[in-house]
Design a protein around this ligand. Sequence first.
Ligand SMILES: *[C@@H]1O[C@H](CO)[C@@H](O)[C@H](O)[C@H]1NC(C)=O
Ligand SMILES: *[C@@H]1O[C@H](CO)[C@@H](O)[C@H](O)[C@H]1NC(C)=O
Ligand SMILES: *[C@@H]1O[C@H](CO)[C@@H](O)[C@H](O)[C@H]1NC(C)=O
Ligand SMILES: *[C@@H]1O[C@H](CO)[C@@H](O)[C@H](O)[C@H]1NC(C)=O
Length: 246
Amino acid sequence: MTANGLQMSESVLLCFFSLNVFVWLSASVVADTCISMDEWVQNPTAKTALDDIIPCVDNATAQETLRQTKETTYQLVNVVDYVVSNVSNRNFPPQAGNLYYNQSGSLMPLLCNPFNSDFTDRKCAAGEVWKNYICQVSSSGICTTPGRLTPSLYKQMESAVNLSYGLSRYGPFLVNLEDCTFVRETFTKISHSYCPDLRRYSQWIYVGLVIVSAAVMLSLIFWVIYARERRHRVYTKQFEGPGKAS
Ligand SMILES: *[C@@H]1O[C@H](CO)[C@@H](O)[C@H](O)[C@H]1NC(C)=O
Ligand SMILES: *[C@@H]1O[C@H](CO)[C@@H](O)[C@H](O)[C@H]1NC(C)=O
Ligand SMILES: *[C@@H]1O[C@H](CO)[C@@H](O)[C@H](O)[C@H]1NC(C)=O
Ligand SMILES: *[C@@H]1O[C@H](CO)[C@@H](O)[C@H](O)[C@H]1NC(C)=O
């Protein structure tokens, strides 16, 4: 029983020791991480420890991506408007081939381009609705009611509009991700609002664990002394007594 007890106390001790090491490591990892983040945020151009793990492109590349995103949006809207003014809004004779689908009725508004030709932002009133311009089609794809768009043409135009909307809306955000502005902002926030607390708390936890494990160690030592003492007494008794034990 004593041997078992000793083994158990050894495991407990080992457990506490490992826990201490773990907490100490976590505390230093938190501290290291906080220092690395500070370093990285404050030195946008210097090579720091974090640069190897966070993929960022330089500012010029990011700006170029943004320009291309805007250009794509700009051209896409131009193509859509070209179709609106030069196909949907014109009344072709049936001999016009592909361009004729018996389009008729009131003219469709053009799509507002969110960029000027120099890619500066342009104000657009929301909500150009083209749904009202869809006609009903015959089996051969010719409008049988007044309207300027066949359902399939409407779908294609809507896709293009969705795409350009997505590009102009999320492009700047994606570029932010690309040049890590977003990450820098997050890191700044973390290191300002959380790092001091994290450091303090991990210190407190560390101190608490040291106290607890010191207490456990002391009681183990006393327990071992007590067990030895008792075994010693039993041993002495065996020699003094009539020797009944095996
Ligand atoms: C990147 O460059 C643009 C101008 O070219 C500037 O407005 C922007 O602040 C720069 N961003 C960073 C993170 O240096
Ligand atoms: C319609 O086509 C003409 C030439 O065919 C072009 O000059 C004009 O810009 C087009 N309209 C739009 C809105 O693109
Ligand atoms: C073309 O559309 C008009 C309605 O705008 C309809 O009355 C006419 O029948 C259509 N023509 C054909 C060939 O479908
Ligand atoms: C375009 O976007 C609208 C709403 O954002 C959506 O309801 C519609 O299904 C999209 N159309 C296509 C063709 O992706």
